[in-house]
Design a protein around this ligand. Structure first.
Ligand SMILES: Nc1ncnc2c1ncn2[C@@H]1O[C@H](COP(=O)(O)OP(=O)(O)OP(=O)(O)O)[C@@H](O)[C@H]1O
Ligand SMILES: [Mg+2]
Length: 527
């Protein structure tokens, strides 16, 4: 589609100026199509992928329709979560920067109601709220909707889902018949379309979806693993990819809390967001995430819809979401406004079928990814440190340090020895974590029911295969024939053992010695 600049959309000079302050040049396709349509006054259903500027698509025409002389509520924008109500309100305020007569207000539960009542009394033309609190104000008579001209349901499908539907109907009943009703979402399932007829008149559908429902610039992967390895694999992925910000979705509040404790315990700047937290905690967490003090946000689906945080480079589905739509929204927290992003879903056992279902629904290809090994984490860490070192060499004065090192060089060490020792110090020891020995062994080319373990005895070993088998059998108590066969492939030595014994062998044989030689065993797929 031909791109259009905002000045071709005939919007007011004030808004054009604000848009230019926001750094936008071209209108996105949904904006190009929806803005003129909404201006004509018809009801609209707007569907466009996550992060493509739907807020501005309804925000601009909503602002242009405000009668500045009228101080009553003229537009009500309903959002499913408090965080989203705050965010949409901020975006509308930015658009209205040069329209001083316009008053907007977010109203949501958890915030002192008196403060909201006070603000409403002063006269507000645009209210952005969550249904519960909006109804609360309606019952108190502090929010009157008889002059309402435009009603927007952001995340329309979610708002018309069972949980919210009754509230929405109660609210709509209080609004004038001739209002304009606008529905927006990245997903509009067919079932919802039947319901929308009840709320809209001759709605015009504007659909800017491509072949797939998700954003093409988000790389999508899944990893098959065991439940107990999720934490270890998550931290490895975070260490390797080192995203500026990442969002980790869990299916329960309990899981969010547990995971936050685990991640913090391992030294990550993580925090959690879910519906059981007090509003001030939710605000604090969101703010820390937005300003980067927290770089891993662990959340339930409260954070799945609409939230727009710059620099979210990765989204993890720690649990596969229950609904296909939620997959689209969750991963859509990355790859926004033309950026790239990466989404990785963890699949335990049968969850793989759920993912297959999601692929079909979204018409995308979610590629399989191997769980990363400790070696890959180490390499990534080394890479990072080496880059920092390059930076220091190029930009810092190192005269003093060079003098110190010179002294060591005079002794018996080479500069390579010294550099390697320093790298070792700054990387810290990466310990094989407790439960990581029981990794998903993945597809390592072993016989069905068996797993392959990689045996590292050093290059010039004089240990015979028979000795290794004997030692494993002796140490683990497994009968020799169960330990199975040893494969020497290329210069690597593998042993194949039955799957259920894999962990036992690993645990016992790690750092074991055979004929005085230390041997190391690890899952073969991590090589
Ligand atoms: N024309 C534009 N050019 C560049 N950036 C834009 C433009 N319009 C909006 N944006 C920015 O793009 C980001 C995503 O916009 P927005 O949150 O409205 O997406 P959305 O379509 O509502 O996504 P979701 O389905 O996740 O709610 C925001 O940071 C917004 O400020
Ligand atoms: Mg949105």
């Amino acid at each position: 589609m031909k791109t259009i600049r905002f000045n071709e959309l005939q919007i007011s000079k004030e808004i054009e100026r604000a848009i230019s302050d926001m750094g936008f040049e071209e209108a996105t396709p949904i904006q190009t199509k929806a803005i003129p349509k909404i201006k004509t006054g018809v009801d609209v259903i707007g569907q466009a992928q996550t992060g493509t500027g739907k807020t501005v698509a309804f925000g601009i025409p909503v602002l242009e329709k405000i009668d500045l002389k009228d101080k009553s509520v003229q537009t009500l924008i309903l959002c499913p979560t408090r965080e989203l109500a705050i965010q949409v309100s901020e975006e509308i305020k930015r658009l209205a920067k040069y329209m001083p007569g316009i008053k907007t207000l977010p109203i949501y539960g958890g915030q002192p109601i008196q403060r909201q009542i006070g603000a409403l009394k002063k006269g507000v033309q645009i209210v952005i709220g969550t249904p519960g609190r909006v109804m609360d104000h309606m019952r108190r008579g502090t929010l009157k909707l008889q002059n309402l001209k435009v009603m927007v349901l952001d995340e329309a499908d979610e708002m018309l889902n069972m949980g919210f539907r009754e509230d929405i109907e109660t609210i709509l009943d209080e609004t004038p018949e001739n209002r304009q009703t606008l529905l927006f979402s990245a997903t509009i399932p067919k079932a919802i379309l039947n319901i929308t007829k009840k709320y809209q008149k001759n709605a015009k559908t504007i659909k800017v979806v491509h072949k797939e429902l998700t954003v093409p610039s988000i790389e999508q992967y899944y990893i098959e693993l065991k439940r107990k390895n999720k934490l270890e694999i998550l931290t490895r992925l975070i260490d390797i990819y080192n995203p500026k910000l990442s969002l980790v979705f869990c299916n329960t509040k309990r899981m969010v809390d547990d995971l936050v404790v685990e991640l913090q315990g391992r030294g990550y700047f993580a925090d959690g967001l879910h519906g059981d937290l007090k509003q001030n905690q939710r605000d604090r967490v969101m703010n820390s995430f937005r300003n980067g003090n927290v770089d891993i946000l662990v959340a339930t689906d409260v954070a799945a819809r609409g939230l727009d945080v710059d620099d979210v480079e990765m989204v993890f589905n720690y649990d596969v979401p229950q609904d296909e739509e939620y997959y689209v929204h969750r991963i859509g927290r990355t790859g926004r406004a033309g950026r790239t992003g990466m989404a990785i879903s963890f699949a335990v056992g049968k969850e793989i079928y759920k993912l297959k279902h999601i692929q079909k629904y979204t018409k995308t290809n979610i590629k399989r990814l191997q769980a990363p090994s400790v070696n890959e984490v180490e390499e990534a860490k080394a890479d990072k440190i080496l880059n920092e070192i390059k930076d220091i060499i190029e930009n810092e004065k190192l005269t003093k340090e060079i003098n110190y090192i010179d002294k060591l060089l005079d002794d018996e060490y080479t500069s390579i020895d010294i550099a390697a020792a320093l790298l070792n110090m700054s990387m810290g020891r990466i310990e094989e974590k407790e439960d990581s020995s029981d990794l998903d062994f993945g597809n390592t080319g072993a016989e069905p029911g068996m797993v392959r373990l990689f045996i590292n005895i050093g290059k010039k070993h004089k240990i015979r295969v028979k000795d290794i088998l004997g030692a494993i059998a002796g140490e683990t108590g497994l009968p020799g024939e169960v330990v199975g066969k040893i494969d020497i492939y290329d210069k690597f030595t593998f042993v194949e053992v039955p799957k259920e014994n894999g962990k036992k062998v690993l645990d016992i044989m790690k750092n074991n010695k055979i004929k005085g030689k230390k041997i190391n065993i690890e899952p073969a797929n991590s090589k």
